[in-house]
Design a protein around this ligand. Structure first.
Ligand code: SAH
Length: 490
């Protein structure tokens, strides 16, 4: 690879559910210096990039104009010519109505090396999530992908069904506005008014909605349900299977819209758990850990202490890598190491260190961890605080927060700890005019619940609260399965 010229990876982000991106796509994201992403690529995927990676939104510019294709091509070219690894992240598959042909051609003209990483296209994925297999031995042996968009300008392009295709599966992308025209044309070309049709909005995400009807009724039903883009129209007998295999809609939290308040830079296991159970969940705000560079003297002080207390999980990586680089070995570590949370304990145990839970008394100790957390607490004079990092709001997510917090009608906020409540209240108003306390809430542990009530939240979301109390969500964390769970420590 000619590194001077940089590199462009056109990556299919998959249809929405972040688990549906490929491994290869994920690898590209981890390497990226810049990501140019579309509205339909799930922005949660950007969390897997490096801290220094820049994000460029190609949906709308701040002045609300769609970023023009030439401008996108030009940015791809400019960024890669600076020697950067550029990811062009596109919803679904880049080659299916994704303009990858145009963009790759532009890049090829400059001899910039590139690759195209396929993704699962939304028609197939959304159909599967709606309980509609696109082919079936009894109902359909062909599957046709079409655009419903061209119908406004060029009616012939929409429908040219060959007689033999009738009864088989059709998928229309970008077809919400043009739906009445699509139906009319299919009817005029011999399709029966009873032919089944389904429209899937935001397929594969917790906010997915499906409207089912026939070619005579679907357009009206879609208008009544106020279905908007992105949505797909599927036509064909395979829709019959929905009544028996629509699995995603049966998930207990399907269509529930939940914000998970955050207080650390780690991936939220609550967001993952509720998403896997059918919810539209969004961990907010995005936080990043800014590491502190310890001096030689500080590292020596840490090594010399009789008792090292580690206050947060992120601090372990930061401390251990710096100690290793400075020539220390794990066998030089203080004999007594204590942790303040179960997440920290797990991280230590992964490294083979069996530690004790911290008990606060006046005896001497060195404390490391997140600066904010440590300055909140009071310590005695012989306890030395050496923060390993500072947690900061990740400002790269501004555009994403603006979009996601206003696009959806969030119902409930989940608070994992007290600090998450403070951060949430401080950040929410930057993005939404809505009083956050109108939302219902759920919390982990009694003290957090009390604090939320004190801060003005009123209504508990019983369904979510019960789920949290069951503690099942912790079992999603493979490492946690080994333990008797101690909620007080969270
Ligand atoms: N490259 C994309 C398609 C881009 S065209 C792919 O392979 O899926 C944009 C259209 O894709 C939208 O108008 C809508 O019809 C469809 N689409 C994309 N994501 C979708 C989703 N999650 N649910 C429903 N339709 C979706």
């Amino acid at each position: 690879m000619d590194t001077n010229k940089g590199y462009v990876a056109f990556v299919g982000a998959g249809p929405g559910d972040i688990g549906l991106i490929t491994d290869k796509g994920m690898e590209c994201l981890r390497k990226a210096d810049v990501v140019l992403y579309d509205r339909l690529a799930n922005p949660r995927l950007l969390r897997y990039t490096k801290n220094e990676c820049a994000f460029i939104y190609c949906g709308k510019l701040p002045n609300n104009h769609i970023m023009r294709q030439e401008k996108i091509n030009q940015t791809l070219m400019e960024e890669s010519l600076k020697g950067k690894y550029v990811v062009r992240l596109k919803g679904g598959d880049p080659s299916v109505f994704g303009r990858v042909g145009e963009e790759a051609e532009a890049i090829a003209t400059y001899n910039i090396p590139f690759e195209i990483v396929p993704g699962i296209t939304s028609s197939i994925a959304a159909s599967s999530y709606a309980g509609i297999p696109v082919t079936h031995r009894d109902y359909s042996t062909s599957f046709t992908i079409r655009t419903g968009h061209k119908c406004k300008k060029n009616e012939e392009l929409v429908c040219e069904p060959k007689q033999e295709a009738i009864g088989e599966t059709l998928a229309y992308y970008m077809g919400v506005q043009g739906l009445p025209t699509i139906c009319k044309q299919l009817l005029s070309q011999g399709y029966s008014g009873d032919t089944m049709a389904a429209v899937i909005e935001w397929g594969t995400l917790g906010k997915q909605r499906v409207v089912e009807g026939t070619l005579s009724t679907i357009a009206e039903k879609v208008t009544a349900a106020e279905i908007k883009n992105p949505a797909l129209t599927i036509v064909g007998d395979v829709i019959k299977l929905r009544s028996s295999i629509a699995w995603f809609e049966k998930k207990p939290f399907y269509q529930r819209k939940l914000i998970v308040a955050k207080s650390s830079s780690e991936e939220s296991s609550l967001e993952r758990y509720f998403t896997n159970n059918g919810a539209e969940a969004y961990a907010f705000p995005a936080l990043k850990a800014i590491p502190h560079s310890y001096t030689k003297e500080e590292l020596q002080l840490i090594m010399d202490t009789d008792r090292l207390i580690i206050a947060s999980k992120e601090g372990i990586d930061i401390l251990f890598s710096q100690l290793f680089m400075a020539g220390y070995d794990i066998r030089d570590f203080p004999r007594r190491i204590e942790y303040m949370s179960d997440k920290t304990r797990q991280e230590l145990e992964k490294r083979g260190l069996r530690c004790a839970r911290a008990h606060f008394d006046d005896s001497s100790a060195v404390l490391i961890g997140d600066r904010w957390l440590l300055t909140e607490s009071t310590f005695s004079d012989n306890q030395r605080v050496l923060p390993s990092h500072t947690i900061e709001i990740d400002t790269r997510y501004q555009e994403i927060n603006e979009r996601l917090l206003t696009e959806d009608n969030w119902e409930t906020v989940i608070f994992p700890n007290k600090r998450s409540i403070d951060i949430f209240l401080q950040e929410w108003n930057k993005y939404s005019d809505r009083d956050p306390k109108e939302m219902s809430f759920a919390a982990i542990g009694q003290s957090v619940k009390k604090y939320a009530l004190l801060m003005g939240f009123k209504r508990i979301d019983e369904q979510v609260q019960q789920e949290l109390d069951k503690k099942e969500w912790m079992r999603d964390h493979e490492w946690m399965q080994l333990y008797t769970l101690d909620m007080a420590a969270l």
